[in-house]
Design a protein around this ligand. Structure first.
Ligand code: IMP
Length: 178
């Protein structure tokens, strides 16, 4: 275990099993279609890489980067597009892939923004959901795990850009957050 980690919330094995399940579910629900997965950088990249390898229908990727917490653990509420999609999504079956839904502000902004581009359908898939923290209503279609209200890192999620490469989801020792 990494020396800064206080406890592991979700092990590599638990995540692997759940991501397999999500991939299978998506493959079944979109049978006969092609999907476009939109990864939200940078947090969703590890989850997306594992998820798409468990999807058996034709799958295309694109990426967006939006501003999020910056250098702390609290959302500023402001969402800004840092990198937009490469191509039009008009008429495509789109799935937004996120690392975590916290207040919901990022996804509320993203779904409104992407819906306006006329996709054939638009769904949301997140590895983690922190329902206790929600301040705006967003309809999340696929959830890996519901987690308690604790700041977590690993499997793509960061604290000040660190710990994204941990292969599990963990809570850091309190002194690290100070
Ligand atoms: P929201 O807009 O408040 O839903 O926040 C979404 C973004 O906040 C996520 O994509 C993460 O980048 C970040 N975030 C929220 N909670 C955590 C956490 O526990 N650990 C790391 N990042 C988090």
């Amino acid at each position: 275990m990494h020396p800064d980690v206080q406890k592991i919330m979700l092990s590599e094995e638990e995540i692997k099993d759940r991501v397999q399940g999500l991939g299978k579910q998506i493959s079944e629900e979109y049978q006969g279609e092609e999907i476009l997965v939109i990864g939200i950088l940078k947090g969703a990249m590890i989850f997306l890489a594992d998820l798409v390898r468990n999807i058996s229908i034709p799958t295309y990727f694109d990426f967006m980067a939006v501003s999020s917490y910056g250098a702390g653990t609290e959302s500023s509420g402001a969402v800004r597009i840092l990198k937009d999609l490469d191509k039009s999504i008009e008429g495509r079956h789109v799935i937004i892939v996120e690392d975590i839904v916290d207040t919901g502000l990022t996804l509320k902004y993203l779904t409104e923004n992407l819906q306006a581009r006329n996709p054939a359908s638009l769904k949301i898939c997140t590895l983690l959901d922190k329902p206790e923290r929600r301040t705006v209503n967003v309809n999340v279609n696929y959830v890996g795990f519901s987690v308690p209200n604790e700041f977590v890192v690993g499997f793509g999620l960061d604290f000040n850009e660190r710990y994204r490469n941990l292969p599990y989801i963990a809570v850091l020792k309190p002194e690290i957050y100070e």
